[in-house]
Design a protein around this ligand. Structure first.
Ligand SMILES: C[S@@+](CC[C@H](N)C(=O)[O-])C[C@H]1O[C@@H](n2cnc3c(N)ncnc32)[C@H](O)[C@@H]1O
Ligand SMILES: [Zn+2]
Ligand SMILES: [Zn+2]
Ligand SMILES: [Zn+2]
Length: 315
């Protein structure tokens, strides 16, 4: 019995595959190599036969083990390469996030009221001391901050040192859209974000009720699944569908790491997204839409994946 035959004593299938003439099959593809155990075994054995004198069985086992390891690592590398190739291919087709017109502040449309808070409430400067640590900041007892009013830079006694002008300064962490598995595009952070941080303002077209109803009707007609509305009040609604910033990619979660809060800036109620707890690099940023389902519109199933998912977006 030749060494070749001995090697195959326990691998009936492989033996059948090779055939009694012992000839190697031609043109073994990478797929064959990855998917077929018998081809892999065959390749391994052929290599052994071609290269080594395998009369010594310990030596043979040693070589078999080395070759099996290297074949396995080759298989892993090839699989990885295949996945990368598929991903690169997909990239070419549709990995660009949907286009929108970038804006930094809300774009009022039609007859919407821009300022919605009485002047009497707005122009009340706090009494923070610029020489205290963190004037008007999160650790201060700034009256404006407590009431969720941003300080007016012209009126705040802390002047340049005022730390309650986050909507004005727009110092956002680095954020990037990415394609989720089941919720379209999402937004993730490339920076560490600390609990309480102002992440980004939710901006878009600012609509009154009439304009909102028109746009909603069109969306229902077109059966468009993605909505970008944020209801500040009954008569002021943000629509980030065609104009907005990266916040428009933020998805809903029933167990969110962010929260949307309404702040007043120079008499105008605006929406800021804040971190509910520390958030690590690469994490998707999500908030609870607290969405009131529109009558006549089918409730959208929630795919947030949280243990406490309510199964539908909103109530
Ligand atoms: C403000 S957009 C978020 C970005 C959107 N995923 C995209 O691809 O542009 C809101 C829309 O995203 C989808 N979405 C957000 N959160 C979701 C969730 N938890 N489950 C399913 N779909 C979700 C819904 O279609 C929703 O109307
Ligand atoms: Zn203050
Ligand atoms: Zn201030
Ligand atoms: Zn959910």
């Amino acid at each position: 019995m030749t060494i070749f035959e001995k090697t195959y004593t326990h691998t009936t299938n492989s033996r059948k595959h090779i055939g009694s003439n012992g000839r190697k099959p031609q043109n073994i593809s990478v797929d064959d190599c990855l998917n077929s155990k018998s081809t892999k075994t065959y390749l391994l054995k052929s290599l052994l036969i071609d290269k080594y004198d395998l009369s010594d069985s310990i030596e043979r086992l040693k070589i078999t083990s080395i070759l099996t390891d290297s074949l396995q690592s080759m298989e892993t590398k090839l699989k990885k390469r295949k996945i990368e190739q598929i991903q690169a291919h997909n990239n070419c087709i549709s990995m660009e996030p949907p286009k929108f017109i970038p804006i930094k502040i809300n774009n009022p449309c039609g007859n919407v009221k821009i300022k919605d808070v009485d002047d009497d409430d707005v122009f009340n400067p706090c009494n923070c001391d610029p020489n205290q640590p963190d004037p008007c900041g999160p650790k201060s007892s700034c009256l404006n901050r407590v009431l969720m009013f941003e300080c007016d830079p012209e009126l705040c006694p802390a002047g340049d040192k005022c730390n309650n002008q986050q909507f004005k300064k727009q110092l956002y962490p680095t954020l990037t859209p990415f394609l989720t598995r089941n919720r379209g595009w999402g937004l993730k952070t490339l920076d560490i974000i600390k609990k309480g941080t102002f992440i980004i303002e939710y901006v878009g077209d600012l609509l009154d009720r009439e304009e909102f109803n028109k746009r909603m009707e069109a969306i229902i007609k077109e059966r468009n699944e993605n909505h970008y509305f944020f209801h500040i009040s009954n008569s002021r609604i943000i629509d980030a569908g065609s104009r907005g910033n990266l916040s428009r990619f933020m998805n809903h979660s029933c167990d969110p790491n962010c929260e949307a809060y309404k702040w007043v800036i120079k008499g105008e109620t605006r929406v800021g997204i804040f971190a509910l707890h520390d958030i690590s690099v690469g994490t998707e940023l999500v908030f609870d839409y607290n969405f009131q389902n529109v009558k006549g519109v089918t409730k959208m199933p929630c795919q947030c994946g949280a243990d406490k998912c309510s199964k539908f977006i909103g109530v």
